[in-house]
Design a protein. Structure first.
Lengths: 403, 375
């Protein structure tokens, strides 16, 4: 009986045996899945080819060198006129994205850390205020914050011409108007590069000093005044150089001429709205991360440090903060990443970031949806992969060495 | 001093009555001294806090309540009544529109009914003391389809174009669909990424990393401009449906990562025990691993859902009008021009209430599921 069965259905049985074996079943499942995925992919690509053929468009990136013929209102780093190419427009967009991301990260970190620490304060009033701040900010969509700040600047702040004839307007140097925030801007003379170089030397010097101080402390237990020396090197040195080279610097003040201010530097409402809204929104998440990180260091650590005779600030500096940072940094980086991705909402207030230039106007003008969107997606992917690569490297570095 | 020593001396041993604590250690004044002016830093912080409150509260009250106008026909009229107050008349005028937008007025009982049924469907999921919970679960599973039928129409109901969806209605539709479908997809993706099969793992990892690496807005652009290229020629595909698919996929990538964290926190012994019981892969996942992993990741999942709900506002950029879109468009009405603060604050209050409720629920759940080891 058994022999008959095996001889008649040998091929069927082989399949059944393969299916019942864990390893070979895994292989079958994978082959089928890959076949399905590649089949679907091929189907989509075929559709795309047919559709693009019908429209008479092939995939081509030649449009990048064509004249953009639109203006970009905000391009602080490189010159841009409507006669430049689409490629340059995309570059301006990318730089604007990075600008608002970097500015946002700095402000969000500062505000987030302050609020996070205040959230743990024993002072009931401050504690409640920071709690309200966090809950109020993070439970409202970021796009709404951007629009709210922008709307407030545009419709609730005075117009530049309202400053005409106001008492004391000649003496003030800051103007908060609905066309932007006007501040005096420094105009550097040729010798200013000396101070810039001094600044770089100061930063390098501070890092070297901090490393040496750490080594000395680990070897001998002697503690060096790292903070004071760093401040002196990073801030003091450039100032000294600056004064020695004879203050190569002139201020340009904003002045009311016609309907608007001339001179000085203007933070445009779009940039201001995007920057403030993104930073405040992200800061509320950072505050919670900081709070959780500090709370994650068990109280026993503080007690042990006190028992060793460390004073309060040394306990914080040597015991609590290093352990808290281990918990804080990974989610912090992902918040930075979120901020960068959220900066794509710039398009809602007319700030020219990557999505607004390449994925917006260029795409609409040239009709090259495929190419534009793939470039935009690729750039964001590269940014986020870089940040996660950094995060993995950091996690590896700070990982607890367990036995 | 002599008085106390005398009186304490006159009690027999063990009969000394309990005296109240010294006056300066109890009562509101002592509490204030302890909590607000304990040290120099504390005092500075308290004064700073009082100053901040002083700056914000009186001005806000004056603007939003005392000088505010609730009933007026236009911004002009508001300004005539009160020069500096908020003009809530805009909200009064736009309220119905901000909820139903362009939904046909005669059919508005349908979204209302769907909204009420949503709570009936949510009840058994959210609270384990819900009556007849196990039977009601079937209703919860069927709910998305019932609600879809109620809203879109067809079979027995007058059909409503999805282009007529808008306002709070649209926000809730996108939010609920995204939440309902991203959880199962996210679980599958997480299992795929944690799988031992290399092809599965690569596929899921690439998908998750792609989704998490790009902003939602670019995906919505892809949905609104490019998706038609990838479909057979001549296919017309509803814009709302495309947005729903994209939002769901986007959220599922994030849900998958949260659940992966939960899966990774499972001790290896759990997997080995499941194997030792002779359970196959799906059985061990369904009965042993997932119940524990999901429990650990609930706070993260709810946070993802709150994020998804807030992200529904991005649809205004590709031309759908959710509650934010309706309020934003009402600002371009010449009657109400320039009332950005009022319109956006109203929308912010709406989002705050829903998101805050969700995060409170997540905290409640966390406490309920926190079995053992709590200090």
């Amino acid at each position: 009986m058994a022999t008959i069965e095996t001889s008649s259905g040998s091929s069927q049985n082989a399949l059944l045996r393969a299916w019942n074996n864990k390893e070979s079943r895994g292989v079958i499942v994978q082959i089928v899945t890959m076949a399905l995925v590649f089949g679907l992919g091929a189907y989509l690509v075929r559709n795309a080819v047919v559709n693009l053929d019908a429209l008479g468009k092939g995939i081509s990136f030649d449009f990048l060198s064509d004249t953009a013929s639109y203006d970009i209102g905000f391009s602080p780093f490189i010159e841009f006129t409507s006669r430049d190419s689409h490629f340059r427009a995309g570059l301006v967009g990318l730089l604007n994205t990075l600008l608002v991301a970097v500015c946002g990260v700095i402000l969000a970190t500062v505000v987030g850390f302050i609020v996070g620490v205040l959230r743990l304060s024993k002072n009931l009033l401050m504690n409640r205020i920071s709690y309200c701040y966090v809950e109020l900010i993070r439970n409202v969509p970021v796009l709404l914050w951007i629009l709210l700040v922008h709307g407030f600047i545009i419709s609730n702040l005075p117009q530049p011409r309202d400053f005409r004839g106001v008492e004391g307007v000649e003496n003030s140097i800051f103007f908060l108007t609905n066309r932007g925030f006007y501040v005096p801007s420094p105009e550097f003379q040729p010798l200013a590069w000396a101070a810039a170089i001094a600044f770089i030397i100061g930063v390098v010097g501070a890092i070297v000093y901090a490393k040496r101080a750490k080594k000395i402390q680990e070897d001998t237990g002697k503690i060096s005044p790292v903070l004071l020396v760093s401040i002196g090197l990073v801030i003091g040195l450039p100032i000294v150089v600056f004064i020695v080279t004879g203050l190569p610097w002139e201020w340009s003040y904003p002045e009311l001429k016609g309907f608007n201010f001339q001179g000085g530097a203007a933070l445009k409402p779009e940039f201001l709205a995007l920057w403030l809204a993104l930073s405040l929104y992200t800061s509320s998440f950072i505050a919670e991360i900081v709070r959780a990180g500090i709370q994650a260091v068990s109280h026993g650590q503080t007690e042990a440090a006190h028992a060793l005779g460390l004073r309060n600030n040394r306990t914080l500096q040597l015991v609590v903060i290093p352990q808290a940072l281990r918990v804080i940094i990974p989610p912090l980086t992902s918040q930075y990443l979120n901020l960068t991705k959220n900066s794509s909402l710039a398009i809602a207030v007319g700030y020219y970031d990557l999505v607004a230039t390449l994925g917006g106007i260029t795409m609409n003008q040239t009709g090259r949806e495929m190419e534009c969107m793939s470039i935009v997606l690729l750039i964001y992917l590269v940014i986020s992969l870089l940040i996660s690569a950094f995060m993995n490297w950091y996690n590896q570095r700070i990982k607890l060495v367990e036995r | 001093m002599t008085d106390t020593s005398m009186s304490s001396g006159s009690y027999p041993p063990g009969q000394h009555p309990d005296f109240p604590p010294p006056k300066n250690l109890v009562g509101p004044m002592a509490w204030i001294r302890e909590n607000l002016f304990g040290s120099v830093t504390d005092t500075i912080l308290t004064l700073l806090a009082i100053y901040i409150l002083y700056l914000i509260i009186p001005n806000m009250l004056e603007w939003a309540v005392i000088d505010a106008v609730v009933d007026a026909a236009s911004r002009q009229e508001c300004r005539e009544i009160s020069e500096s107050g908020a003009c809530w008349a805009l909200i009064t005028a736009q309220f119905t529109k901000s909820i139903y937008a362009f939904y046909p007025p005669d059919e508005r009982w349908r979204p209302n009914l769907a909204f009420i049924l949503m709570f009936v469907a949510l009840g058994p999921i959210l609270f384990d003391k819900f009556p007849a919970r196990s039977k009601m679960f079937f209703f919860s599973i069927a709910y998305p389809f019932i609600a879809g039928w109620l809203l879109v129409g067809g079979i027995g109901l007058e059909s409503v174009e999805t282009t007529q969806f808008g306002g709070v209605l649209l926000t809730i539709v996108i939010g609920v669909v995204g939440i309902a479908f991203s959880l199962p997809i996210g679980i599958l993706l997480a299992l795929g990424r944690a799988s031992k099969l290399p092809a599965m793992r690569t596929l899921c990892t690439v998908f998750i990393e792609f989704i998490r690496g790009v902003p939602l807005i670019t995906l919505l652009f892809v949905a609104s401009t490019m998706l038609n290229y990838f479909l057979p020629p001549g296919t017309q595909f509803d814009l709302l449906l495309r947005v729903l698919i994209m939002v769901t996929l986007f959220a599922s990538g994030y849900v998958a990562e949260v659940i992966r964290g939960g899966l990774q926190s499972m001790p290896k012994g759990q997997y080995e025990a499941a194997d030792a019981m002779g359970l196959n892969y799906w059985q061990s996942m369904r009965l042993i691993i997932l119940p524990q992993a999901l429990k650990v990741s609930i706070p993260g999942i709810v946070n993802t859902f709150i994020g998804l709900y807030k992200d529904t506002t991005l649809v205004i950029i590709i031309g759908l009008f959710d509650v934010l879109g309706i309020m934003k468009s009402s600002l371009s009405d010449p009657e109400w021009n320039g009332l950005a603060a009022e319109a956006y604050i109203y929308t912010a209050v709406f989002f705050f209430i829903s998101c805050f409720a969700m995060s409170r629920y997540s905290i409640y759940l966390e406490n309920k599921l926190h079995t053992g080891h709590k200090r």
